[in-house]
Design a protein. Structure first.
Lengths: 322, 276
């Protein structure tokens, strides 16, 4: 537009990344309308160590663009323009095709790092990939097997007594220095804290709620509460654990809620005189789970805990440090 | 466009580095760091000191994984205690803990890509960034090996790769050379110098020769306080001026600086303690 062109030291300092941000912005603005300077910057950038990387980035971007054109709707996230520099697009025009090595053969594999299935697995966290999942499966399959083949026809009360604790245990095994071998590294990333805990809790609930309810439904019905009666208590205990975690840490919080439930349900039953444990348990569970007032109470508790979680966020700001 | 005509006298550049003022860190009843004031600009900063001096406490606070009990930490111009700014800080930071674990099934590529995902890097640039980071630590040929099959030194290099995968502006290495053989250490120092050209790198170490070879500045910590600050050369000069033990000037300087710090009037410290 004017006769102004970027001075040489601008171009070189832009290429090696030492140009102050405000000057870089000015230069970038200028490059939008000045082919001469754009070509000079492209040349300078190709001469640096980043030139090789740029060629690869270019190839990745072009690859994604090709996917998009071919009807693949995956998001083609563009690289940070500040990092790649305007040279990227110009280098793309001028440089020869990047070596085949830059085209990532592993991208095509469904479980390759960074692919969507892999990222879902990553989001699931340590509990769902570790020992917790087999434990939940064992409880669900074990209860059904015992009821149908073994000598425990009244398995449902026991499953209902245990079920609300399992998602809580999943949360305990999902986050924190005691549960996650990667915790020290993860804690220093922007994902750490409440967001990562909530993501992993969602994965735990997505696995345990349907699995244990299905197992309960497959058990012969007795006078115990229905197979879905544990869902609201399970949710309330999980949310209570999260609400407490900001104050006392995930491990202690889950121990308090899970342990509290077990003591309240099993304690009096085990202390009761005489045999007929299952009948006692069935009675006790009925008082906890049966009827609209009981279920309404659990729903209210869940809502309250969710509200505490949402409004007392500052307490969770140091979650990754407890 | 108008700013382009007056390029060199425009807005101040983005704040770089780390500023620590009045930092205090407690672990239960013991004080790990006490009224520490430090500034770190771009370059490689060696953090020296005996065991239990507070090096790891300092690095963990700077990495935003430990909460200080007092003072202020500013990283890249943001208050690290401010929750709203912390994500921004962490996105531009790399941290190698002294000890870290990994998921048993992970390959090197998956491990580094997972950390890149935690650091919220765009999915499109991650595969190349991962390969580049792994190549920079010399593990390109083992990128698809399971981490659990690697030797201790290699696992440490995987840790270095995850720290640098996002091209961080601030890098914190806690004992990065532990478990590396001499050749790998020489290569790592080369990488440190490279990283220090554009980023603020803080390296805690026991090995004074690492400091002499790769660092632009030295900070010596002892008993939760800063005992000495200077360049490797000034520390070596301090060693030459005294008759302290050590096999080379910088080791003698290290010992001399420690002794000088310990010899400072105890009464003053005791008075300060009583007044608190």
């Amino acid at each position: 537009m004017t006769g102004w062109h970027a001075p040489e030291h601008f171009v070189t300092r832009y290429a090696d990344g030492s140009l102050p941000e405000s000057d870089a912005w000015s230069l970038e603005k200028h490059l939008e309308c000045c082919g001469t300077c754009a070509a000079r910057v492209s040349r300078a950038v190709r001469g640096t160590a980043e030139g090789v990387v740029l060629a690869e980035v270019r190839e990745a971007v072009l690859g994604d663009a090709r996917h998009a054109v071919l009807g693949d709707t995956r998001e083609a996230v563009l690289p940070d323009p500040r990092k790649a520099g305007p040279g990227a697009s110009h280098a793309a025009k001028a440089a020869p095709r990047a070596p085949a090595a830059a085209r990532k053969a592993h991208r095509a594999r469904p479980w390759a790092p960074g692919s969507r299935p892999a990222r879902i697995l990553w989001a699931a966290g340590p509990a769902v990939r570790g020992a917790w999942l087999p434990a939940v499966l064992l409880v669900a399959v074990g209860a059904v097997a015992l009821a149908h083949a073994g000598g425990l026809p009244d398995a449902r009360p026991w499953l209902l007594a245990l079920a609300p604790v399992l998602p809580v245990a999943g949360v305990a095994l999902s986050y924190g220095p005691h549960a996650d071998p990667l915790h020290e590294i993860a804690a220093a990333t922007p994902s750490a804290g409440l967001r990562l805990v909530l993501t992993r809790t969602a994965a735990v609930l997505a696995v345990s709620l349907p699995l244990l309810t299905l197992a309960g439904a497959l058990l012969p019905s007795s006078d115990a509460p229905g197979a879905a009666a544990w869902l609201l208590p399970g949710l309330a205990l999980t949310l209570a654990s999260l609400a407490l975690a900001g104050h006392i840490g995930v491990r202690t919080a889950t121990a308090v809620t899970g342990g509290g439930w077990l003591c309240a349900v099993l304690g009096p039953v085990l202390a009761a005189p005489g045999g007929r444990l299952t009948a006692h348990l069935s009675e006790r569970l009925s008082s906890f789970l049966d009827g609209a007032p009981a279920q309404g109470g659990w729903a209210a508790a869940a809502v309250l805990c969710a509200a505490v979680l949402a409004t007392r966020r500052p307490a969770h700001h140091f979650l990754e440090m407890r | 466009m108008t700013t382009a005509s007056h390029p060199s006298r425009s807005l101040p550049a983005e704040p770089v580095g780390i500023r620590v003022t009045g930092l205090r860190v407690r672990h239960r009843r013991t004080v790990a760091l006490d009224s520490v004031d430090l500034d770190f600009g771009p370059g490689v900063h060696g953090l020296l000191g005996p065991n239990g001096a507070g090096k790891t406490s300092l690095i963990r606070v700077l990495a935003t994984v430990a909460e200080p009990s007092g003072g202020r930490v500013e990283i890249l111009g943001h208050d690290a205690g401010d929750q709203r700014r912390r994500g921004e800080v962490r996105r531009r930071m790399g941290y190698l803990p002294q000890e870290f674990g990994y998921y048993p099934g992970f390959t090197v590529r998956e491990f580094v890509a997972y950390v890149a995902w935690l650091k919220e890097m765009p999915a499109a640039v991650t595969p190349n960034a991962v390969e580049r980071a792994v190549a920079r630590v010399g593990l390109a040929d083992r990128i698809d090996a399971k981490v659990r099959t690697l030797s201790g030194g290699m696992v440490r290099r995987v840790g270095i790769a995850q720290a640098i995968v996002n091209d961080p502006r601030v890098l914190l290495f806690d004992e990065p050379t532990a478990g590396l053989d001499p050749e790998q250490r020489v290569e790592f120092r080369e990488l440190l110098r490279e990283l220090g050209a554009s980023s603020t790198v803080i390296v805690s170490t026991h090995l004074v020769e690492d400091v002499a070879a790769a660092c632009t500045e030295v900070t010596l910590v002892e008993g939760g306080r800063v005992a000495y600050r200077g360049t490797p050369d000034s520390l070596a000069a301090l060693g030459d001026a005294t008759d302290c033990v050590g096999d080379n000037p910088i080791e003698r300087g290290y010992t001399a600086a420690l002794r000088a710090h310990r010899a400072r009037p105890r009464q003053a410290a005791a008075l300060g303690e009583a007044a608190r």
